[in-house]
Design a protein around this ligand. Structure first.
Ligand code: GTP
Length: 362
């Protein structure tokens, strides 16, 4: 089975970090999301992946030199400045996917621990045109919601319903198996939404099925989700990590350090802190519940709590960065500045005064 990874969106909800990297390259516990996906495909014995990208994303991925994990990779590119949407991107990859067998489609921005062979099995048993992996959540209103009949057929599929109008708590987990007949349902050469245009038509024709799974699932659509997934995975993986840090540093597990991290005396790291490659942390710093991307420097007596700090950021001395703050790449924060809560700073900005209320600095 071939896999198509949808990766040509703009990740607008993840700004300012997505201004300078596509969503699929966001590091999760110091490993790009795409790398996690490649590893999962290989584990499921899938040998060929097609990346549905835009030009910018393709360039970023190639520069990043992610390990292919023995996968054969091909690119299918949306036309410049004309995103094709989730359906249009599938149609664009028609030749690469071929008409011989069903194929797997993954939203590039999700993390889903499911067995691809099992969803394929349901798909084949039901002779479906499309089978959607469904996951139960407490609030389905941010997602596409499915109502299932007894035989796993999807009776109704509604995109982002009001909470009280959601027909169930089973949401579209962003993993599908599609049969080649799907291409007939997608008009060529224009933007098409799989979820809003194609799935409702398949529901009417009784060709859409669901596969409910209960493994770990998360999408990283919003910054809160990004912090949360780092936190969850830190909890499950990071305790096995070995690192060498000076004896005068206090580590509260779980934490993760990439290569080249240096930390000054009397600094407290954790719980739930991810420090990327070559991050430099001064003395008497406190970092908890935060993700710090590679190459950033945090100077003495500063603190970060509940925040995401981009690449190559320079944080002066005595700076306080509070809950929900996000700093884009190459931002500079001068000494003694406080960013209280939900302050979002665009890449390369310099901040010399405190910001005490939620605000976007562009
Ligand atoms: P937001 O702007 O924050 O909503 O993000 P998005 O558009 O990147 O994400 P959305 O959740 O709407 O898309 C689901 C998946 O489909 C993501 O992995 C996107 O990268 C991908 N995707 C969305 N639109 C397109 C598109 O026009 N072309 C391609 N090739 N992929 C797309």
């Amino acid at each position: 089975m071939k896999a198509l990874i949808l990766a040509g969106g703009f990740g607008t909800r993840l700004r300012p970090l997505s201004c300078t990297r596509p969503k699929i390259l966001f590091p999760i516990v110091n490993k790009p999301l795409l790398q996690w996906t490649f590893e999962r495909l290989t584990k499921n014995k899938i040998e060929e992946a097609i990346l549905a990208v835009n030009l910018q994303t393709e360039v970023f991925i190639k520069q990043h030199r992610i390990s292919r994990c023995e996968l054969h990779i091909a690119y299918s590119r949306d036309p410049v400045k004309k995103p094709l949407g989730t359906g249009g991107a599938i149609k664009k990859a028609e030749k690469l996917l071929g008409h011989d067998t069903s194929f797997l489609v993954l939203n590039g921005d999700i993390f889903a621990d499911l067995n691809y062979r099992e969803i394929l099995k349901i798909h084949e048993e039901k002779n479906a045109a499309a089978t959607i992996a469904l996951h139960e959540v407490s609030d389905p209103s941010r997602y596409g919601v499915a109502e299932l009949a007894n035989d796993n057929r999807i009776k109704k599929f509604i995109e982002k319903p009001l909470r009280e109008e959601a027909p169930s708590n089973l949401i579209n987990a962003g993993v599908y198996v599609l049969s080649p007949e799907i291409f007939k349902y997608i008009p060529k050469g224009r933007k098409v939404s799989l979820e809003r245009e194609v799935f409702p038509k398949l529901t009417e024709e009784k060709k859409l099925y669901g596969y409910v799974f209960d493994g770990f699932w998360m999408d990283i659509g919003k910054l809160e989700d990004y912090l949360k997934i780092n936190k969850i995975l830190l909890g499950s993986f990071a305790n096995q990590q070995k690192y060498k840090i000076g004896s005068k540093v206090k580590i509260k597990k779980p934490v993760a350090f990439d290569k080249g991290v240096s930390i000054g005396e009397k600094t407290v790291i954790g719980p739930y802190a991810v420090l990327g490659r070559n991050v430099i942390v001064g003395k008497n710093v406190h970092i908890q519940n935060s993700v710090i991307l590679p190459g950033t420097t945090i100077s003495d007596f500063s603190s970060a709590n509940g925040s995401v700090i981009g690449e190559n950021v320079i944080i002066g001395k005595g700076v306080k960065i509070g809950e929900g703050c996000v700093l884009g790449d190459h931002v500079k924060v001068r000494d003694n500045v406080s960013l209280a809560r939900r302050v979002s700073v665009c890449p390369a900005k310099e901040i010399s005064e405190s910001v005490l209320t939620p605000k976007s600095i562009i």
